[in-house]
Design a protein around this ligand. Structure first.
Ligand code: GSH
Length: 204
């Protein structure tokens, strides 16, 4: 069965798209137009009631949440070696993806999606104003802990997850150029043939 990835350009779904391409998976992309409100249309809510991308339709059902989806792709395409087999290294990959999803992505969402937390326009503006600081804190942490070519040992799905965040930093008021190790990692990921093949589809 061909997998179907529900995605929108430039979103965290890019990490899953890149993993499918890296894995040589049999897949297609169903694109959503966020500006048109596709994510809250009944047709998509039937796929993912959380109204978020990525959502991956698999033979066993729909998979959501980027870390879980990335790990499933790695597990079902072992030849691509997208997840370490060593338990410690695998736990470190999960640790990184949990941090990216639950802390970094949430900080980023405070820029445009403050309405998820408050209906108060002034409070939303205050949240937006904090994003350059909170995202810089994350970038500082990541830059300081990077000690090899990849986030955890060999290349893994955690690098693809991080890649999306690195693409967001400039827009969040944190110049990526100020972080030499993160800039070099982003360039290494962009140079991967699978990533280069899908990136044009994520131009916004
Ligand atoms: N925890 C989810 C978050 C997914 C998420 O928030 N995706 C955003 C795009 S980056 C989305 O679909 N937003 C739709 C909206 O806010 O309307 C994950 O890690 O996959």
């Amino acid at each position: 069965m061909t997998l179907t990835l529900h995605a929108a350009p430039g979103t965290v779904a890019l990490a899953v798209h890149a993993a499918l391409e890296e894995a040589g998976a049999d897949y297609r992309v169903a694109w959503l137009d966020f500006k048109a409100g596709d994510q809250t249309a009944p047709a998509f809510l039937a796929v993912n009631p959380k109204a978020r991308v990525p959502a991956l339709v698999t033979p066993q059902g729909v998979l959501t949440e980027t870390p879980a989806t990335l790990e499933w792709i790695a597990a079902t395409h072992p030849d691509a070696e997208l997840m370490p087999t060593d338990p410690w290294q695998a736990a470190k990959v999960r640790e990184a993806m949990s941090y990216l999803a639950s802390t970094v992505h949430v900080n980023h969402a405070h820029k445009m999606r403050g309405h998820r937390w408050t209906g108060d326009a002034a409070a939303q503006a205050a949240m937006t104003a904090e994003v350059p600081r909170t995202m810089r804190d994350c970038a500082d942490y990541l830059e300081a802990r990077l000690d090899s070519d990849w986030l955890v040992g060999e290349f893994s799905v955690a690098d693809l997850h991080l890649f999306v965040v690195l693409r967001w930093l400039d827009g969040d008021g944190v110049p990526l150029a100020e972080f030499p190790k993160l800039s070099a990692l982003k360039a290494r990921i962009e140079a991967r043939p699978a990533v280069a093949r899908i990136l044009p589809q994520h131009a916004r």
